[in-house]
Write a protein that binds this ligand. Structure first.
Ligand SMILES: O=P(O)(O)OC[C@H]1O[C@H](OP(=O)(O)OP(=O)(O)O)[C@H](O)[C@@H]1O
Ligand SMILES: NC(=O)CC[C@H](N)C(=O)O
Ligand code: SF4
Ligand SMILES: [Mg+2]
Length: 516
């Protein structure tokens, strides 16, 4: 049963929310105030999950369906919950639920969301439980009218800001960090809504690519460091008003038949109204530190983020990896899906045949985002199967994008050896992940990061590979188009432990031994 939350529908009193069980019509209970059993930073630094995807549509007669398509293309960025809010100048309604976009939004559900504006979200929780009350878009009623927000990223100064807001009388509906932004807007004394938004965005620190909507306007903004991607596109409507769209990744534009126009800049706030697009730089002069892991793993290779094709970066990572650490071999085998593009680059550079020696069952979720170790181990087996006739008697080089806990690599090396491979070498298209992320990607705490606790040779021993090598940090930065040593424009904190923002959870970045 998919649980769905409806907000802003006729017949429901103001501020009321009603949960309907989509299939049965029963109404499970949902606390409207923060869950007393969960801490403010629930999920905390130890339990960070992955990422989120956001989309916004302005000026389309069926905005909900467009948002739905956009979210479909962004499903890889978050699979816990999803939601769409629409507006038509008069009302602002919101439907969100736990599960995948396709499970929540049937034709019937989409028809309940009329309007020519929409924002949408796919969530993986980083702050606040994975629960329906924290699903997004979050809709808040304020003196400035109704505001809905969808957020990708993670705030790092939320404790102090939230406490200040609560002292000022703010009543939080959720335990997620994202609501803080709308509560700041609601409590701002600025004269106009745009000033209130700009002022509020200046008060939060960390990672945020956001889309927001009022009854008659759509907004998009990125944090001053540009941690997460956010692009703007346009659907040309000859003889009419163009549709303006925003999405976390440009792969969403392809499905919408929108043309990529530009990225929302770090520190920029864009507003779309009936009169067109206006923009202001609410913050400037801060060094850009966009997440390099988006290029390594997270974003789809058919997306262009931070002005660069992900496919191109991954191809270059593979080539550089081959230049840095190739060994004699018979076949290059990617760990699907994430290792495929880098493996193609590697194989071409090394002049060794590329073969799909591992087949993925696409009906199984991503193991990286499964929270429990027990589930993860099982997931790898369910998900990948070796192609014995391609591996038997061969010296195999396996290519994957990253090793986080080491679970996947260990299983896969065993699997490939079990299928008859003579040698199994593992090559990773990024440096060892030694520190957790605080900016919206799920990397576990240091205790669970294998590279924070073991040397490369100890990891090799643990995963039972004949050899193991990672791409160098210089090599990674070069592959992503930046000049190492210079102001690279990328955050690489999970490989260095040097965080670009002031505040991080100090406990969590202490040496792993101190954490045990
Ligand atoms: O070291 P571990 O903790 O086991 O995790 C690392 C693996 O997790 C991710 O893949 P995942 O299987 O989640 O999904 P993918 O199919 O998107 O690559 C990543 O690409 C690695 O392959
Ligand atoms: N992964 C994300 O971008 C999550 C957004 C937000 N921090 C939440 O937990 O809902
Ligand atoms: S710490 Fe790593 S995953 Fe997090 S934003 Fe920086 S590069 Fe990306
Ligand atoms: Mg993988």
């Amino acid at each position: 049963m998919t649980r769905v939350l409806y907000q802003g529908f006729e017949g429901l009193p103001d501020h009321s929310e009603q949960i309907k069980a989509q299939s049965s019509g029963t109404a499970p209970s949902c606390p409207l105030s923060p869950d007393p059993g969960s801490s403010e930073l629930a999920g905390g630094a130890d339990e960070l999950h992955e990422e989120c995807g956001v989309v916004a549509i302005h000026g389309h007669p069926d905005a909900a369906r467009q948002a739905y398509l956009g979210l479909y293309a962004l499903q890889h960025r978050g699979q816990e919950s999803a939601g769409i809010a629409t507006a038509d100048g008069q009302f602002l309604a919101n439907i969100k639920g736990m599960g995948l976009v396709s499970e929540i939004f049937t034709d019937d559900v989409l028809q309940k969301l009329p309007g020519d504006m929409a924002i949408g979200h796919t969530r993986y929780s980083t702050t606040g439980d994975s629960a329906l009350l924290n699903a997004q878009p979050i809709r808040v009623e304020s003196t400035k009218g109704l505001i809905a927000i969808a957020h990708n990223g993670n705030l790092v100064n939320l404790g102090t800001v939230r406490a200040k807001l609560e002292r000022a009388g703010a009543y939080f509906q959720t335990t997620s960090d994202s609501e803080i932004i709308v509560q700041l807007i609601a409590h701002s004394h600025a004269g106009t809504l745009v000033d209130a938004i700009a002022e509020s965005l200046s008060q939060v620190d960390g990672a945020f690519s956001i889309v927001m909507m009022t009854r008659d306007r759509v907004f998009a903004a990125r944090d001053p460091r540009g941690f997460r991607p956010l692009s703007m596109g346009r659907i040309h409507n000859p003889g009419g008003r163009d549709t303006i769209v925003f999405a976390s990744e440009t792969c969403a534009f392809d499905l919408l038949r929108a043309e990529y126009e530009r990225d929302v800049l770090p520190g920029e706030l864009v507003m779309v109204t009936e009169d067109g697009v206006t923009s202001r730089q609410y913050s400037s002069g801060v060094e850009q530190t966009s997440c390099i892991f988006e290029h390594v793993y997270f974003a789809r290779p058919d997306s262009r983020i931070y002005g660069r094709w992900v496919q191109e970066s991954r191809d270059q990572m593979g080539r550089q990896l081959a230049r840095e650490s190739h060994v004699p071999s018979d076949v290059i085998v990617p760990v699907p899906d994430s290792g495929v593009t880098a493996a193609l680059g590697y194989a071409e550079e090394a002049g060794v045949p590329f073969r799909l020696g591992l087949i993925r069952n696409h009906y199984v979720g991503r193991t990286f985002i499964e929270p429990e170790q027990r589930v993860r181990d099982f997931g790898v087996k369910l998900k990948l199967n070796p192609v014995r006739n391609l591996l038997e008697g061969k010296r195999v080089i396996l290519i994957d994008d990253s090793i986080i806990r080491g679970t996947t690599s260990r299983k896969i090396v065993r699997m490939v050896r079990g299928a008859g491979a003579k040698e199994v070498h593992l090559r990773i298209s990024c440096p060892p992940t030694i520190s957790p992320c605080f900016y919206g990607v799920d990397t576990p705490s240091k205790r669970d990061l294998i590279a924070a606790n073991k040397t490369i040779d100890e990891i090799r021993e643990f995963i039972e590979a004949d050899s193991l090598a990672y791409l160098s940090l210089d090599g990674l930065q070069r592959a992503c188009g930046s000049t190492p040593g210079a102001n690279t424009g990328y955050c690489v904190a999970c490989y260095t432990g040097n965080y670009p923002t002031q505040w991080v959870d100090v406990e969590d970045i202490l040496p792993a031994a101190a954490n045990v």
